[in-house]
Write a protein that binds this ligand. Structure first.
Ligand code: PMP
Length: 434
């Protein structure tokens, strides 16, 4: 039972009622609906830097950042200007542009394993297409994924997935044919012996292994270096394609993504979120030899009316320039660490079991004694405590992800004053919920 004054959410409440008439559940992506935490989702009217404002005029410190893209802060003037300039030249052509070459060159320069990329409009398309390419290139059907990893909503990948599916207690979606699911082998994250067993028994039928190398859809869970190293070795030995889904962790944990941090070279990489700077750009890419199998030169088909959209590419390219400013990731990582350290200290003072972790600009916090390294440990966290904390913080004007199963994000606009304001609010809320 939380103490939101009704006046504070009147406009959002009436918008939510109205939205539910024409949109299933009132939202266009499930986690936005607050189903896990209860209460009224806030309807947002504008955002700037580390803040957004809702329809009732209340300001929040935002730790979602559009679920990843807003790494330079909301409405960064350079990004807004680039979008305005691009828009004035036409919104979409359906013919190639120089901007698409520039962003492809930038991605290949910055992400170690990329030799060629194809632009798409969502992370879902990126992973779905990478999967098709892996199957097309190997002539095999079986894929391996890990419980709690979310790779977008392609049929083959909506099996024991994370993020919103965990909220609804239904990690495998209805509407996914049994005939598809039988090709998806789901293993435990960070379980090396299980992965070895799977390859020993069926390695030569596995098209690919897809993994979030830093998992952000079952709260935040780091892969152990052994897990990824062994995965790379086994894929190489058995001729399976290794796909890193860096839609979330790419340009988030560091400039070269998780693959640079762990020093592991995947065969294919999926990117999204940050590379569009808040507009719809995603990509998949990797070894040229593999990418050459894509249409129009190869047999694996994939296409998109709005792929490489000039306005979206302008936002993405400008964002990619901004994250290359000297010291960007050092500062971003430091802010993430300060936040987690401050929250942990405040919880301790209130006698609450709590811990946290961060990798670059991604963070997680857990109502448990120990940072989880497995899905099962993460699921054992205290969900009621999380929900009480979430609503308490919302009352105080701090917006964390509305479910225990999501990672959080800081932007470069989350300066020390913003972090300190957050920690001061947390101190009050922890005392209340202890
Ligand atoms: N992969 C990962 C790791 C993600 O976090 C997400 C989105 N949260 C996706 C894929 C799907 O991306 P999109 O929502 O843009 O389709």
């Amino acid at each position: 039972e939380h103490s939101i004054s009704r006046n504070e959410t009147l406009r959002s409440e009436s918008l939510f009622i109205r939205a539910q008439k024409t949109t299933p559940g009132g939202v266009n992506s499930p986690v936005r609906a607050f189903r896990s935490v209860g209460g009224t989702p806030r309807f947002i009217t504008r955002a700037e830097g580390p803040y957004f404002w809702d329809a009732d005029g209340k300001r929040y410190i935002d730790y979602i950042g559009s679920w990843g893209p807003a790494i330079v802060g909301h409405a960064h003037p350079d990004v807004v200007k680039a979008v305005q300039l691009a828009a004035a030249n036409g919104l979409s052509f359906g013919a190639p542009t120089e901007g698409e070459i520039e962003i492809a060159e930038e991605l290949c320069k910055l992400v170690p394993s990329l030799e060629q990329v194809r632009l798409v409009s969502s992370g879902t398309e990126a992973t779905m297409s990478a999967l098709r390419l892996a199957r097309g290139a190997t002539g095999r059907d079986k894929i391996v994924k890990f419980e709690g990893c979310y790779h977008g909503h392609a049929d083959s990948l909506l099996v024991k997935a994370g993020s919103g599916l965990l909220t609804f207690g239904n990690p495998t979606s209805a509407g996914v044919p049994e005939d598809f699911v039988k090709h998806t082998l789901v293993l435990d994250y960070n379980n090396v012996p299980q992965l070895e067993d799977a390859f020993a028994s069926m390695g030569d039928t596995i098209a690919c292994v897809i993994v979030e190398p830093v998992a952000g859809n079952m709260n935040l869970i780091r892969a152990t270096p052994e897990f990824l190293t062994r995965m790379r070795e086994l894929c190489t030995e058995h001729g399976a394609v290794l796909i890193f889904d860096e839609v979330m962790c790419g340009f988030r944990v560091g400039l070269g993504g998780a693959q640079e941090m762990y020093n592991i070279t995947p065969d294919l990489t999926a990117l999204g979120k940050v590379i569009g700077g808040g507009l719809p750009v995603a990509a998949f890419g990797g070894k040229a030899e593999l990418m050459q199998k894509m249409a129009p030169i190869g047999p694996v088909y994939q296409a998109g009316t709005l792929s490489g959209n000039p306005v979206a590419v302008a936002a993405g390219m400008t964002t990619l320039k901004l994250v290359q400013e000297p010291g960007f990731y050092e500062r971003l990582g430091a802010q993430g660490e300060k936040l987690v350290a401050g929250l942990t200290k405040a919880a301790k003072e209130a006698g609450i079991a709590f811990c946290g972790d961060s990798v670059g600009g991604m963070f997680g916090f857990y109502f448990s004694e120990q940072v989880p390294s497995t899905y099962a440990q993460m699921m054992a966290g205290d969900k009621n405590r999380f929900n009480a904390f979430f609503h308490g913080m919302l009352d105080e004007g701090v917006y964390f992800a509305p479910a225990m199963f999501e990672a959080g994000f800081v932007s470069i606009a989350h300066d020390d004053a913003v972090i300190e304001e957050t920690i001061a609010a947390a101190r009050k809320v922890f005392a209340r919920i202890a």
